[in-house]
Write a protein that binds this ligand. Structure first.
Ligand SMILES: Cc1ncc(COP(=O)(O)O)c(C=O)c1O
Length: 373
């Protein structure tokens, strides 16, 4: 039988394994402020890579978002503008700090938050915007930053899927007040579980250092509300070596995405992902739309791909405003975000990760062509 082609595959080599073993042998597995030697090395090299002044490790992408909102002192009575077409963690963090998520629709071509819809959603209570760089393509950060400056709003980039993505020559995580990254096992670089917050401001970085370790100042005394969001030295050692190979991983993803596009572009029913002018995609996944279909038809295509040993996935079949908890808590209604809801019915993602061979890509394309007919 043919091996299953997974939707994501971590690239772990000798360097990560040796570094992790060395940490295990050293006995320094973590540190009380989350600032052990490997953690500092990982943070310094990550900040440099992104082009931000500071990078602060945390232990998940969700923690990164929560810590950024805490550092920005957003809370009860505040509204935060978010897309509904995202992984639930983007919104969860907003609810955890006691603020109200205000959902806006997406651009149907790029699947990222629509800046015009953001502007329309601003009220006197709006405190922040969280654009999500979905599937590895950045939101239009020039327009979003302009709106934010005009209305004095905090911008937190959800770059969980977009490490290395670029817009106008700058990397994801270098535009907003905060950039939040995830190193979950399926992500472009991984530490198993892990995250990072980037920022250009020293006061923000200092708030984040405190928040990730119980709000501690220098003397183990809580100066603010915090959490245990520390990254272990084991994870940081892995992250440091993962980051060194990131340019190579991104190059392989780009090549795979280009091959998929070449092999699929004549299938009229498929709308393929693209790189708008001025953008560099990180190709976290290769997401296509089956034009004009209902969810049932799309789901059948995905099931047939899975049957053929191709782990296609739907990100995300239920937009957050339609998830039971969010409907109950905030009374969100269906048909309120038509572009989001259409995308949730029609898209599915194919793998584009660096573990794919040319043969895998040919196989994926042939199967998909046959299934769609
Ligand atoms: C868009 C987005 N935001 C936030 C997260 C949360 O990251 P984590 O799973 O590391 O908590 C993820 C990934 O899972 C994500 O894809």
């Amino acid at each position: 039988m043919r091996k299953v082609i997974p939707i994501a595959q971590p690239m772990i080599n000798k360097e990560e394994i040796e570094a992790v073993v060395a940490v295990l042998k050293s006995g320094v597995l973590t540190s009380q402020f989350g600032d052990g030697p490997y953690t500092k090395k990982f943070e310094e090299s990550f900040a440099k890579y992104v082009g931000a002044r500071y990078a602060v490790t945390v232990n998940s992408g969700t923690a990164a978002l929560h810590a950024a909102l805490l550092a920005a002192e957003i809370g009860e009575g505040d509204e935060v503008i978010v897309p509904s077409f995202t992984f639930v963690a983007t919104v969860e963090a907003v609810v955890l700090i006691g603020a109200k998520p205000v959902f806006v629709d997406i651009d149907p071509k790029t699947y990222t938050i629509d800046p015009a819809a953001v502007e329309e959603a601003i009220t006197s209570r709006t405190a922040a915007i969280i654009p999500v760089h979905l599937y590895g393509l950045m939101a239009d950060m020039e327009k979003i930053m302009k709106i934010a400056r005009e209305h004095d709003l905090v911008v937190i980039e959800d770059a969980a899927q977009a490490v290395g993505a670029e817009f106008a020559g700058k990397k994801a995580g270098s535009f907003g007040d905060f950039g939040c990254f995830s190193f979950y096992g399926s992500k472009i670089i991984t530490t198993g579980e892990g995250g990072m917050v980037t920022t250009n401001r020293r006061d923000n970085a200092e708030a984040l250092y405190a928040i990730r370790s119980h709000g501690f100042g220098r003397h183990h005394s809580s100066e603010r509300l915090g959490h245990n969001y520390r990254m272990s030295e084991i994870a940081s050692a892995m992250g440091y070596y993962q980051l060194l190979k990131l340019p190579r991983l991104l190059e392989a993803r780009r090549k795979n995405a280009n091959m998929l596009t070449n092999m699929l572009e004549d299938i009229g029913r498929l709308e393929l992902p693209f790189e708008p002018k001025g953008y560099k995609h990180s190709w976290y996944v290769y997401t296509v739309r089956l034009r004009g279909c209902r969810a049932g038809e799309r789901n059948k295509v995905v099931a047939k791909l899975v049957n053929a040993g191709i782990q296609a996935e739907v990100y995300y079949p239920t937009p957050v405003h339609m998830a039971p908890y969010y409907r109950r808590k905030f009374g969100f209604k269906p048909r309120s975000l038509p572009k989001t809801e259409a995308a949730a019915r029609q898209v599915f993602s194919l793998p584009s990760h660096s573990g794919l061979t040319e043969e895998d890509i040919r196989y994926i394309s042939q199967k998909l062509r046959k299934i769609i007919g």
